[in-house]
Design a protein around this ligand. Structure first.
Ligand SMILES: Cc1cc2nc3c(=O)[nH]c(=O)nc-3n(C[C@H](O)[C@H](O)[C@H](O)COP(=O)(O)OP(=O)(O)OC[C@H]3O[C@@H](n4cnc5c(N)ncnc54)[C@H](O)[C@@H]3O)c2cc1C
Length: 492
């Protein structure tokens, strides 16, 4: 029995009771897959041995952090490795980087870095739970990615265990291993194709990020693991860039009568270089703050830096540029008030999930598209028209500064007809987004739910590169199957 063999080669807990398998059969998506068993590795050596065993027995192996993925990324019928229990430590903090194990919770890292007035900038709303491994593998981001970039922009080195049990440290300027050399040979002759076919937006978690691996600035092989959803190897630690916490912040919350008027002003606000620019519609604000009055949606506009008067000036100039097309709801400069106001934004998705009644729920499929912010106004009209045609209620919020909209229709997933309708809607939305030069996912990833749409975004030439890449790293197709590239002989 595989559990006995795992116990022989590892000290970490092995679980295969009914209760544990049920708990690990779900993440934050609407689907579930029961794993055969769960193991909690204690160190790299153990991960190597487990991968070797799985490779010899041809068993699927899936890494898991907090399981907050929204598209079924960490769900598998094979062996699930939970890194949150034993491999969850900060290894080293330096002035401009941190080395962390994959199971480290983002909020714990924030707390430690905060003592030195440093931060690892990507700030997903799930940061009280999500782990560094999950953030890298999903290329997570958040409101402040507008000023600091996404997880992919902060990965300096990755330590990884491959499917065959070999391990490697990967980074710019480090000696490449055999797989990394093969990846270079695959990507280098096709740099022009990659440049042409990738979305022209500021964030993207769809497919493999070959555009970031080889760019004008050089070869950055570690970046292939960003957004790879554990399909290329198991991350056992990562060296990540950190930055200073800005000394001051100023936050303005303004309200609008409708989404169209809000979307219209986004490009004008971006000219003032805010550190965050976020949309919340009324469906995500529970309880609704009194100051929001009758406005139907709001914008959070934040400026930050080390010069307070500069921040105040930018806020004032930004306000006067908008010429009264809004209502001021809140303004804050002190850290406590700012944190309180941001809390409502952080709870957005949790509040949306409360709209669930039985099997009718806000379903994530088109919930993470990205377009150029100048296209938001037109895109919003298109989306609202579609929702109205399909007679669907919906929610809308997100990182509008990056053109990244989180929108979910309320659909009864127990009704085949409604599921078909959702897929029909998704095809239309993705077609439009692709025509804009955008991406179907900016930060939430592909997972079991969205991987089948990847060829629609990239086309057959780039998709065939993804298939070849997968075969270089994982020729037996045992690393988190059913995500990214789909093979008929590899079940999730
Ligand atoms: C309420 C809520 C709010 C959210 N808000 C945001 C947001 O603002 N921004 C955002 O980007 N996302 C958001 N998410 C999505 C999700 O939380 C993030 O993408 C997060 O980074 C996932 O981390 P995790 O530890 O839960 O990963 P998991 O869900 O456990 O795993 C995600 C993927 O990472 C892989 N993985 C995990 N560990 C490893 C490893 N060691 N090696 C290789 N692969 C690994 C898994 O196999 C899986 O494919 C939100 C989710 C929820 C539920």
């Amino acid at each position: 029995m595989i559990a006995d063999e795992l116990r022989r080669i590892s000290k970490g807990e092995v679980l295969f009771d009914d209760w544990s398998r049920t708990i690990y059969s779900v993440d934050a998506s609407h689907i579930s897959v029961r794993p055969e068993l769960i193991q909690k590795p204690i160190d790299v050596e153990e991960v190597r041995k487990i991968c070797k065993l799985c490779s010899a027995k041809n068993i699927a192996i899936t890494a898991r952090g907090a399981g907050t993925g929204l598209l079924g990324q960490s769900l598998s019928s094979g062996i699930v490795l939970d890194f949150t229990v034993n491999m969850n430590r900060i290894v080293e903090i330096d002035d401009d980087f941190v080395v962390a194990q994959p199971g480290l919770v983002k909020a714990k890292l924030d707390k430690e870095l905060g003592k030195k007035r440093k931060v690892f900038p990507p700030d997903p709303a799930s940061s009280n739970f999500c782990t560094i491994g999950g953030m890298i593998a999903n290329n997570a981001s958040g409101p402040h990615s507008l000023s600091y970039g996404n997880t992919i922009d902060h990965i300096q080195e990755i330590s990884v265990v491959y499917a065959d049990g070999t391990s490697s440290i990967i980074g710019h300027g480090l000696e490449p291993d055999e797989k990394i050399s093969k990846m270079f040979s695959l990507v280098a002759p096709r740099a022009a194709l990659i440049r042409r076919k990738y979305p022209k937006v500021s964030k993207n978690s769809c497919g493999y990020r070959l555009d970031a691996v080889l760019s004008d600035r050089g070869f950055f092989p570690q970046k292939v693991f960003a957004a790879s959803e554990g399909t290329l190897g198991i991350i056992t630690s990562a060296k990540l860039k950190i930055v200073d916490v800005p000394l001051y912040r100023g936050l303005l919350v303004i309200g609008f009568q409708d989404l169209e008027s809000l979307m219209k002003v986004v490009p004008a606000i971006l000219k003032f270089f805010p550190s965050a620019l976020e949309l919340l519609d009324s469906s995500v604000l529970w309880p609704r703050p009194k100051c929001f009055g009758i406005t139907s949606c709001s914008l959070y506009i934040e400026f930050s830096g080390d010069n307070l008067s500069d921040i105040e000036m930018k806020l004032l100039r930004c306000q006067s540029k908008l010429e009264g097309k809004y209502e001021i709801l809140q303004t804050a400069f002190d850290p406590i008030s700012i944190s309180k106001i941001w809390e409502a934004r952080k709870n957005a998705l949790n509040n949306i999930m409360k709209l669930t009644v039985g099997s009718r729920k806000p379903v994530g499929l088109i919930e993470d598209t990205v377009v150029n912010p100048t296209q938001l106004f037109e895109y919003c009209i298109f989306l609202k028209r579609l929702y109205s045609q399909y007679n669907l209620d919906y929610t809308m919020y997100g990182h509008v500064g990056n053109g990244n909209l989180h929108t979910r229709p309320l659909v009864d997933i127990g009704e085949r007809q409604e599921v078909n309708l959702l897929e029909d809607l998704a095809r239309k939305v993705f077609k439009r987004v692709i025509a804009y030069g955008g991406t179907i996912t900016g930060e939430h990833g592909d997972g079991l739910v969205r991987s089948k749409y990847i060829p629609q975004l990239y086309g057959s030439q780039v998709y065939s590169l993804f298939v070849k890449l997968k075969r270089i790293f994982d020729p037996q197709l045992i690393m988190n199957p059913g995500k990214k590239v789909l093979f008929s002989n590899a079940r999730p």
